[in-house]
Every structure is written in structure tokens, then in C-alpha cells.
Ligand binder design. Structure first.
Ligand code: DX5
Ligand code: ZN
Length: 220
């Protein structure tokens, strides 16, 4: 299979008091760093407000892939795009106007992502494909790191891959990705992998990123 692979470690499981250093540890081997924004409304957890997130985005040595798990995504997504992210992903379930929010992200020259919770069907959102640079299929319920990978989401990943067809849209999976699960997700059609606890609880996070990539690249 000739496909570009991207490994995007999530700093949710990193040391929040030394984030700049934590990002530096994986910078030379990762494609982007995944920044989870949670507002304690859309999900029962809180990570960063906009000001703290902006500081992380500015100081990051890697391009930032922001994953907005927030209720007011329509309002805040363009600000994240303007704050210097490389990509901004919003949840389909949180949006009132999906197309215009995706377009507002793109207008700033930033990649637009559309995320689906495990209970959401890709068929219900495929009409937005022309405004999407990346689909994110959640492989856990959003909100926390360290949860078990949901193998039953692989059917949705395959369906999404089929819907994408030859378009240059990335297909990301997020939740429970590790050396044990990445190949299953790759085989289903994913090409962009978020890994939080697998990377940042490893003795050597950079080595784990290299291992995850090698597992993908060595897959027939
Ligand atoms: C969960 C977040 C994930 C999280 C993944 O809601 O969106 O990005 O960091 O963590 P792991 O890889 O530990 O499941
Ligand atoms: Zn995430």
C-alpha cells in the first residue's frame, strides 16, 4: 500500500507543566502535535482555555493539529485557525453550521478537520466533503486519554476511506492507538494517527513514535 502516513502525538498525556519540552522530545520524529481542547461542556473534562492554548501553539516546535472538543465550536474555531494552528478539527455534533465553520478555517489557510464521535455515522456528514481536509474518526469516546481502542469503529473508518476515494483528504483516528492497535486502523484505511498515552507513557516517547511509523510503513 503506498500511502502517506502521519503520526501526531497527543500531549494530553504529557506533563502539562513542561509542554514546550515535552513537544521538543518528539519534534524531530513527528509530523504534527495533536492539541486536545476540552471545555467541560461538550466533554466532561477541561484542558486549556484559548489564551493558554495560543501560548502552546506559538511556542510549539511542531505544527499544531488542534482537536476542538468544545460546545461553541462555530464561534471559536476561526480564532484557533488564526492563532497559528496547521489544522483545526471541529466536532460535527457540536456545530450549528458545519460548512461555514469549515470554510472559515480554510479561509485563513489552515486545514479543516471534521470529527465524528463513535455514535455518529459518516453517511450523515459526507455531504460536507468538499469543505473537509481531514476526517477524524474517534476510536474512543472523546474526553480522556488512556481509554481502550474501539475495534468496532473500523467499519466506519473503511466506509470513510471509500467515501474519500481519490480526494487528498487525510483520515485520522484518535483514541487507544498504540503498537498493538495501529495496524488494524491502518488496514481499515486510516493514514493519520493520534497517539497520546502510548507515546507519553513510553520510556522514550520519540522511540515509540518511530516504532508506530515503522509498523505502518512495514505493513504490506
Ligand atoms: C481523547 C483525545 C485524544 C487523547 C488520546 O478525547 O481526543 O486525543 O489524547 O489519548 P490516547 O492515545 O491515550 O487514547
Ligand atoms: Zn484528540
Amino acid at each position: 500500500m503506498s500511502r502517506d502516513i502521519r503520526i501526531t502525538p497527543s500531549i494530553l498525556s504529557a506533563d502539562f507543566s513542561h509542554l514546550k519540552e515535552e513537544i521538543s522530545r518528539i519534534a524531530s520524529v513527528s509530523d504534527l502535535v495533536h492539541l486536545d481542547i476540552m471545555d467541560n461542556i461538550f466533554v466532561p473534562n477541561f484542558t486549556f482555555d484559548f489564551n493558554s492554548a495560543s501560548k502552546i501553539i506559538k511556542e510549539s516546535s511542531l505544527p499544531v493539529d488542534a482537536h476542538l472538543m468544545v460546545a461553541e465550536a462555530d464561534l471559536i474555531a476561526p480564532a484557533y485557525a488564526e492563532a497559528g494552528c496547521a489544522s483545526v478539527t471541529i466536532h460535527a455534533e457540536a456545530l450549528q453550521d458545519i460548512s461555514s465553520t469549515l470554510r472559515a478555517i480554510r479561509k485563513v489557510g489552515v486545514r479543516s478537520g471534521l470529527a465524528l464521535k463513535p455514535s455518529s455515522k459518516i453517511e450523515d456528514y459526507s455531504e460536507f466533503i468538499d469543505d473537509v481536509d481531514m476526517f477524524l474518526i474517534m476510536t474512543v469516546e472523546p474526553g480522556f486519554g488512556g481509554q481502550k481502542f474501539m475495534t468496532d469503529m473500523m467499519d466506519k473508518v473503511s466506509k470513510t476511506r471509500a467515501i474519500i476515494g481519490s480526494r487528498p483528504i487525510w483520515l485520522q483516528v484518535d483514541g487507544g492507538i498504540s503498537a498493538e492497535t495501529i495496524e488494524v486502523a491502518l488496514d481499515a484505511g486510516a493514514d493519520t494517527f493520534v497517539a497520546g498515552s502510548a507515546v507519553f507513557t513510553a520510556p522514550d516517547p520519540a522511540e515509540m513514535v518511530i516504532r508506530l511509523r515503522e509498523l505502518c510503513l512495514s505493513r504490506p
